[in-house]
Design a binder for this molecule. Structure first.
Ligand SMILES: C[S@@+](CC[C@H](N)C(=O)[O-])C[C@H]1O[C@@H](n2cnc3c(N)ncnc32)[C@H](O)[C@@H]1O
Length: 327
């Protein structure tokens, strides 16, 4: 977990959360070992996300039950990592792009809540998710800072940088882009992943196929970002994506090095037994971006950029619900 995360030091106290956030109460039971939550119940998992966002960030959310339910500590880790990359200069506006914002619009909401001068374009292809994301932006009065924009599957992922509808800086540039892509290439890969976790309790999965599956999997998706960045170059200062497999992070890092991208870093973030990778790259000058790192050499990075680096786990992503269980 990121060293600045408030969740790095304490496990959530379900009893205290339920006290502070009454809608969570029906899902919390008292046992001899303390208060517990039934993570097999999608409503309980969703209510936990609502409770944490409300109590810890003052964010109000509504998402459909049949969609990916974001786990707050994991999403916060990526936001903290982006803050490390772009710096915490409150004296200027910072502009970011979230590729695939989902129905929650979780990254823009968390990032804007923490950073008063940040602005986002939140891109999404799915019609229902766009409607929910837009409502969540309005529910939190963020309309002047977060703009939900519809993408199409065939359009470039970063077409918005070329189009620059309103939110780019005066020079038409963005400070960063972030992305949590669909991890899997097909249902079989999801099934394989589930079987590999057969010793674990059955997980409740709330992702739609559009949220979990993309042609060629996450490597193909992020490779598209890489190729677009080779054209856009400094129009975005930091390009980045989350990756669910260590092998994917390595593949993207290799692609970036083959393409001669001058600044590449790969950081691993661990929460319990789950690790996620964030690959970030930049065409910036040495002053605006640190030298490259890699999963193997990232321990040499300055600590504020290092996140939580631990021994790499098996090469498998995990369902949102299993991640939530460890919160
Ligand atoms: C794994 S979900 C991430 C949702 C959210 N960002 C989160 O972290 O909870 C991936 C999202 O990317 C969206 N997506 C897929 N292809 C896309 C594309 N070409 N452009 C923009 N969004 C896309 C999906 O509809 C889905 O909502």
């Amino acid at each position: 977990m990121h060293e600045r995360s408030p969740y790095a030091l304490k496990r959530p106290d379900f009893a205290a959360l339920a006290q502070a956030y009454p809608p969570l109460r029906p899902f919390v039971s008292k046992t001899r070992n303390g208060a517990v939550l039934n993570f097999k119940n999608p409503r309980a998992v969703r209510e936990l996300t609502y409770a944490m966002l409300s109590c810890d960030f003052g964010i109000r959310l509504e998402i459909p039950l049949s969609s990916l339910c974001p786990t707050v500590p994991g999403r916060l880790d990526y936001v903290l990592h982006i803050e490390d990359l772009v710096g915490s200069d409150d004296s200027r506006d910072v502009r970011g792009i979230d590729i695939g914002t989902g129905s929650s619009c979780i990254y823009p909401l968390l990032a804007c809540e923490r950073n008063p001068r940040w602005h986002f374009i939140a891109l999404e292809t799915d019609k229902r998710s766009i409607a929910f994301a837009q409502s969540n932006v309005e529910r939190n009065n963020m309309q002047d800072r977060i703009r939900v924009v519809r993408s199409t599957e065939t359009a470039p992922l970063l077409a918005v940088v070329e189009d620059g509808p309103g939110q780019a800086g005066a020079d038409g540039s963005f400070d960063f882009c972030m992305c949590n892509p669909p991890f899997y290439k097909d249902p079989e890969q999801i099934e394989q992943s589930r079987k590999a976790k057969s010793t674990a309790p059955a997980a409740v999965c709330m992702g739609t196929s559009g949220e979990m599956i993309t042609d060629g999997g996450e490597v193909a998706f992020v490779s598209r970002m890489v190729h677009e960045s080779l054209v856009l170059r400094g129009r975005v200062r930091w390009y980045s994506s989350l990756l669910g497999f260590r092998s994917s992070a390595r593949a993207i890092e290799t692609l970036l090095r083959i393409e001669g991208v001058p600044v590449v870093r790969c950081d691993a973030f661990r929460q319990g037994p789950t690790t996620r990778w964030v690959v970030a790259w930049s065409f910036g000058t040495p002053e605006s971006a640190e030298p490259a790192g890699s999963p193997s050499d990232s321990a040499e990075l300055p600590s504020h950029l290092a996140g939580s680096k631990r021994k790499a786990p098996p090469d498998e992503p995990e369902s949102e619900a299993r991640r939530a269980r460890r919160v």
